[in-house]
Design a protein around this ligand. Structure first.
Ligand code: T5A
Length: 206
């Protein structure tokens, strides 16, 4: 059986990943693709519990190392129980965030050494890497404005502007390092224009 394709959506806060997940799922179903839609951190019962611990605002500060290890603990569970089984059954996996977010938030934002992240990536993922990544990019202010409209901010959304700018720059660096895999989507455009760009990127996988 032919292995499925692994597509990830990445980018800063509030730039349209979740909104466009449903759009992409519909496009794939129209193309007769059997697709599993999931997210990180999360995607399994245990990983969703870790997501809650990571996102909730808490009196006890979470150490950077703890944050990084919890991200990869959730990822290990997700890969073993959801992503790998689906891909090996020929299903496509559409995932809201994956390891590029770790490079951006824990690497770019928290300044954890990239060699440490790379080591954990190899340990947890072995050979698994996305086939296509759509990176939603726009100035930080725009994403925060959109995210704030939705109400309460989570632990990451309460970070400061400098942090988010470092996250954005780290995502763009990932895109520069992996131009074949990572396609930048201009999230400043209207939803219709964004979805047109997404369609063009998905055609690359046909
Ligand atoms: N994290 C995650 C790490 O630090 N390391 C990691 O390894 C991983 C995997 C997860 C958090 O965890 C961190 C990063 C995150 O902070 P999350 O909920 O997955 O949190 O991530 P968020 O970015 O917070 O997700 P959001 O749901 O907030 O943002 P989305 O999904 O990018 O944006 P969306 O689709 O909800 O859109 C926001 C608003 O904008 C509108 C939408 O209608 C919505 O109201 N909108 C547009 N409006 C106009 N024009 C467009 N083109 C629009 N597109 C969307």
């Amino acid at each position: 059986m032919q292995r499925g394709q692994f597509i990830t959506l990445e980018g800063g806060e509030g730039l349209g990943k979740t909104t466009n997940l449903a759009f992409i799922e519909t496009l794939l179903i129209e193309r007769d693709v059997d697709v599993v839609v999931t997210r990180e951190p999360g995607g399994t019962v245990l990983a969703e519990k870790l997501r809650q611990l990571l996102l909730e605002n808490n009196d006890e500060p979470i150490a950077e190392q703890t944050e990084l290890l919890l991200m990869f603990a959730a990822r290990a569970q997700h890969i073993n129980n959801v992503i790998e089984p689906a891909l090996s059954q020929g299903k496509w996996v559409l995932c809201d965030r994956f390891t590029d977010s770790t490079y951006a938030y824990q690497g770019g934002g928290r300044k954890i050494a990239l060699t440490t992240i790379r080591w954990l990536e190899s340990f947890v993922q072995q050979q698994l890497r996305p086939d296509l990544t759509l990176l939603f990019d726009a100035p930080v202010e725009l994403g925060m404005k959109r995210a704030k409209k939705r109400g309460n901010l989570d632990r990451f959304e309460n970070e400061h502007w400098v942090f988010f700018n470092q996250v954005r720059q780290a995502f763009l660096k990932q895109a520069k390092n992996y131009p074949q895999r990572i396609k930048i989507i201009n999230a400043e455009l209207s939803l219709a224009e964004v979805q047109q760009s997404i369609k063009q990127c998905l055609d690359l996988l046909r």
